[in-house]
Design a protein around this ligand. Structure first.
Ligand SMILES: Cc1cc2nc3c(=O)[nH]c(=O)nc-3n(C[C@H](O)[C@H](O)[C@H](O)COP(=O)(O)OP(=O)(O)OC[C@H]3O[C@@H](n4cnc5c(N)ncnc54)[C@H](O)[C@@H]3O)c2cc1C
Length: 509
């Protein structure tokens, strides 16, 4: 028996044989990703149900020096799905740990286990008539809230910067030791989910985009359902509208007129999302899988779905009087700066799958129509996500780099710019390609790496990347990479937890 077999035999005793899966079908299912690299096949999948079971698995992984890759729901679409960085890793899938441990209505927070999905939490709030809204990504309702926090994902409500609004974690370290962060360090803490910083060093960040521990509980804040909510949908048809929009949106965000993760979306991305958010699958044959459509088709689709070259979605929350007043401020600002822009009515928004989904996401309702069928295994889809300062010069430079690089490799620019705090923009650039075409896949691979190279060369670091490009990106960070590896040596000297996550891997030079 090799070390893997010995480890799995031990794990069967800890979590039960039925929760250790090593047959080919399961390994195939977990190997699928949408990246420009091959499928990445794990050696097995183990599904613990408790912290104690995780401790038992990590003890065996250390003993037999077998790496395990943690995931919560494995819906990391466009960044790696459920895949590890390397084939042969054991997947530690936490989806069976799916308890909503607490929702506090008065203090507006929740505490959950890793497997709790956006859909599950939404349904729980609704079924129990809890007047709180959560944040959601524009991905599937089957993704996990906790996984999105550990990835520092972005959403569309005022709580869109999910890690910023997280509060308190429980982590199992590679040694099996349990760490509670923030005020949770005090065994009888009464403030774990209400006060972020605790006492002493703030450690939560160490367990995001890293491989220093297995997060087994996370707290985060929710928002009270506001008395008034108004989604704003602005269609802008001039190619330069995005630069004008950024200049007016910065002060509107900084002054908290628009409090949410508002975004400006390019037509190709709006159409791609229209297709992946269901109900409009019929536009796929027209647009192809690579955004290859003629100007005439784009015009037709713009009319059909009430879209422009650029599309702004933001929302106002508060009292009816404040929302009314703020709406006028936003309307005046757009009308002055972006001639010809159109504010859609509620009826027009409801008639377009794109705007309907935006409206739902900005009040924290998952996008139920999300169409998974077309993505898994068939088409290549990955994200390049540089952050820009919220200025038109920076956005112009970033879009130019993307257009030049995409053109060089034969792709078409498609992106959205999410306004974070008002100071930064997440420039989420979509690369769609045909995974079954080896030549196209190679072009996609070169394109992604060149995009990272060019953005980093002029000072723009992506906020997140995929399992296949983590090392490429981390190697640009000099002493930061060295220190991440030093921390890894302290927390996980045998390198058993998610080696290669964010390019942190003790087996690499
Ligand atoms: C059309 C589309 C739209 C999308 N929109 C968004 C969006 O708006 N915002 C956004 O952020 N993303 C978006 N995504 C990307 C992705 O689908 C989401 O981020 C999704 O939430 C990630 O899946 P998950 O939550 O199941 O995470 P997982 O796949 O479970 O986890 C992701 C990674 O986090 C780490 N991790 C997970 N759990 C733990 C743990 N317990 N302990 C330690 N580390 C852990 C692991 O490295 C893991 O690989 C989108 C994708 C698509 C295709």
């Amino acid at each position: 028996m090799g070390s893997l077999e010995r480890m799995l035999a031990g794990v069967e005793k800890v979590i039960g044989k039925e929760h250790v899966l090593a047959d080919n079908n399961v390994r195939d299912a977990y190997s699928v990703n949408m990246l420009s690299v091959d499928n990445i096949r794990p050696s097995a999948v183990v599904l613990p149900k408790s912290v104690e079971e995780i401790q038992g698995i990590l003890k065996l992984a250390n003993e037999h020096k077998v790496p395990v890759w943690t995931l919560s729901q494995g819906q990391n679409r466009g960044y790696g799905m459920a895949c590890a960085t390397k084939p042969g890793t054991v997947i530690l899938d936490l989806k069976r740990m799916n308890k909503i441990l607490e929702v506090n209505t008065d203090l507006a927070y929740a505490l959950v286990e890793p497997g709790v999905t956006f859909g599950q939490l939404y349904t729980y709030l609704k079924d129990n008539n809890i007047p709180l809204w959560m944040d959601v990504p524009s991905a599937t309702p089957d993704a996990s809230y906790l996984g999105n926090i550990t990835e520092r994902g972005a959403g569309y409500t005022p709580l869109g910067e999910k890690f910023l609004f997280s509060c308190g974690m429980e982590v199992v370290l590679a040694s099996g030791q349990i760490l509670r962060t923030g005020t949770g360090a005090l065994p009888n803490s009464k403030t774990w989910q209400v006060f972020k910083w605790g006492y002493g060093p703030y450690l939560d960040g160490l367990f995001t985009q890293s491989n220093y521990g297995v997060v087994t509980k996370a707290g985060f804040w929710l928002m009270p359902k506001p008395p008034a909510y108004e989604p704003l949908a602005v269609v802008m048809d001039q190619p330069d509208a995005v630069y004008r929009a950024v200049e007016i949106l910065r002060p509107l965000k900084l002054n908290m007129v628009i409090p949410n993760g508002a975004c400006v979306t390019h037509i190709r991305k709006a159409l791609g999302l229209t297709a992946s958010w269901g109900q409009s699958r019929d536009i796929l044959p027209k647009v192809g899988r690579r955004f290859d459509y003629s100007p005439a088709v784009v015009d037709e689709l713009k009319k059909a779905y009430n879209l422009g070259e650029w599309n702004f979605a933001g929302a106002l929350y508060g009292l009816p009087e404040t929302v009314r007043a703020y709406r006028k401020i936003v309307e005046d600002a757009f009308s002055a700066a972006v001639p010809g822009c159109r504010f859609l009515t509620a009826e027009e928004q409801a008639a377009s799958p794109y705007w309907r989904a935006r409206e739902m996401a900005m009040r924290g309702e998952p996008i139920w129509d999300y169409d998974q069928s077309d993505w898994v295994g068939k088409s290549g889809a990955l994200w390049i996500s540089p952050v820009a300062p919220a200025t038109n010069e920076a956005v112009e430079q970033q879009i130019r780099i993307a257009e030049e690089t995409y053109h060089k490799y034969g792709f078409h620019y498609a992106a959205e710019l999410i306004l974070g705090t008002g100071r930064d923009l997440h420039h989420i650039i979509w690369l769609l390609f045909d995974r079954s075409d080896a030549e196209e896949r190679q072009r996609a691979d070169l394109c992604v790496k060149e995009m990272h190279d060019r953005y980093c060369a002029v000072g723009y670091l992506p906020y997140r990347t995929s399992v296949s490009t983590g090392d490429h990106l981390m190697r640009k960070l000099g002493p930061f990479r060295d220190i991440c590896r030093e921390i890894k040596r302290v927390f996980d000297p045998n390198n058993i937890l998610s080696p290669g996550k964010s390019g942190i891997d003790l087996s690499e030079d």
